[in-house]
Design a protein around this ligand. Structure first.
Ligand SMILES: OC[C@H]1O[C@](O)(CO)[C@@H](O)[C@@H]1O
Length: 353
């Protein structure tokens, strides 16, 4: 639905909502920590029920979307709903588009089998590698464990929670930066710049931690070094938030043609959550074993995904989704997976999609 020139900015609304949620949780933690009687953490966890209750109650009064009504065969209701939403009776054109799109979706069979065809190899690789690399930036080490990390560095309880609020603010603001620049600078530039900035900050963090705590992991860190470290973590979070954070969702969502979109998006989300789980489970153990080396470990991943983007991901900025096929066809590596015949088919489907 989004016009190609604004697609990036609009799509990032999803990631912006995620960062607002993270910041809200960090603020709640900071506030409830001040409650006397050591039960603040119960309130903090319990408050997660508030958005859940709002969503549940909201769902009871949420009307059906025109799309869903059409898909279930209630075209007249869909028209009435569209008229209500748009505030006008002139909805014929939009209704016609929605009905056509719904017909096109109905014709799609076997998206899971289709995505395995050689011509969709580049999209399949995007759906696996982009979400995997997004999590291997190590972002959730900071997002999930920031207060633990800051406490280990010698910050007090309050300062640790405040530091998590600071990284949360940086995360949200830098996501807004991405919204502003993504359709101007393009996806590749942001991916590569963000990756380089994360690499530099992670290596610097590793060096500072290595100097202070060494291989034994025992030592002390002065206030000055701890503040430099907090700054470097913010530099790292900002880089993630204007690059891999939002683009990890945006790029997969714009490269799948309708024929494989449902399968492609399901793989992207599953791979992302799988790697989120793996990183979250292994982080504390890895920190105990690798100590400051853990930051070098994530730094190495930054260079690997930089190479993947540089060599294998074409620019998708401003390309209409139905013409994406041409972008892959022209690519030096993926082009050979797409025959001229496949390319023609992709093109002839254009008016339908
Ligand atoms: O903003 C950071 C958050 O963004 C995500 O990568 C999702 O896109 C989460 O895994 C992470 O907690």
């Amino acid at each position: 639905m989004a016009p190609p020139k604004l697609r990036g900015a609009l799509n990032i609304g999803f990631q912006l909502a995620t960062t607002i949620g993270i910041l809200a949780a960090n603020l709640v933690n900071y506030g409830t920590n001040k409650i006397k009687g050591r039960y603040g953490w119960r309130i903090s966890i319990g408050m997660a029920a508030i958005p859940a209750v709002i969503i549940t109650l909201g769902a009871l009064v949420l009307p059906d979307t025109p799309n869903s009504l059409i898909a279930r065969g209630y075209t007249d209701e869909a028209r009435r709903m569209l008229q209500k939403i748009r505030g006008t009776n002139e909805v014929d054109e939009e209704l016609h588009d929605l009905v056509e799109a719904s017909e096109a979706v109905k014709q799609i069979q076997h998206p899971w089998r289709n995505i395995l065809q050689p011509k969709y190899r580049p999209q399949l690789m995007v759906s696996i590698f982009i979400p995997m690399f997004q999590q291997l930036t190590g972002i959730n080490v900071i997002m999930f464990y920031a207060p633990v990390l800051f406490k280990t560095l010698g910050f007090g309880d309050n300062a640790s929670l405040m530091s998590a609020v600071i990284t949360g603010v940086v995360n949200m603001l830098a996501t807004i930066v991405s919204i502003v620049v993504v359709d101007k600078f393009g996806r590749r530039f942001l991916f590569l710049e963000g990756g380089l900035q994360m690499f530099i900050s992670q290596v610097a963090i590793g060096v500072i931690l290595g100097k202070a705590f060494g291989a034994s992991g025992v030592g002390e860190m002065g206030k000055g070094s701890a503040n430099v470290l907090l700054f470097l973590i913010c530099v790292y979070v900002a880089a993630f938030a204007w690059s891999w954070g939002p683009l990890g969702w945006l790029v997969p969502s714009e490269v799948f043609p309708l024929e494989i979109r449902s399968a492609g998006q399901s793989i992207t989300v599953s791979v992302n959550l799988l790697w989120t789980f793996i990183v979250a489970q292994l982080f504390l153990m890895a920190l105990c074993h690798l100590k400051f080396g853990l930051f070098f470990f994530f730094g190495i991943w930054c260079s690997l995904y930089g190479i993947y983007i540089f060599l294998f991901l074409p620019e998708t900025k401003n390309v209409p989704i139905e013409e994406m096929n041409l972008v892959w066809k022209k690519h030096w590596f993926w082009g050979k997976y797409i025959t001229d015949h496949d390319h023609q088919i992709g093109y002839s489907m254009r008016p339908m999609v």
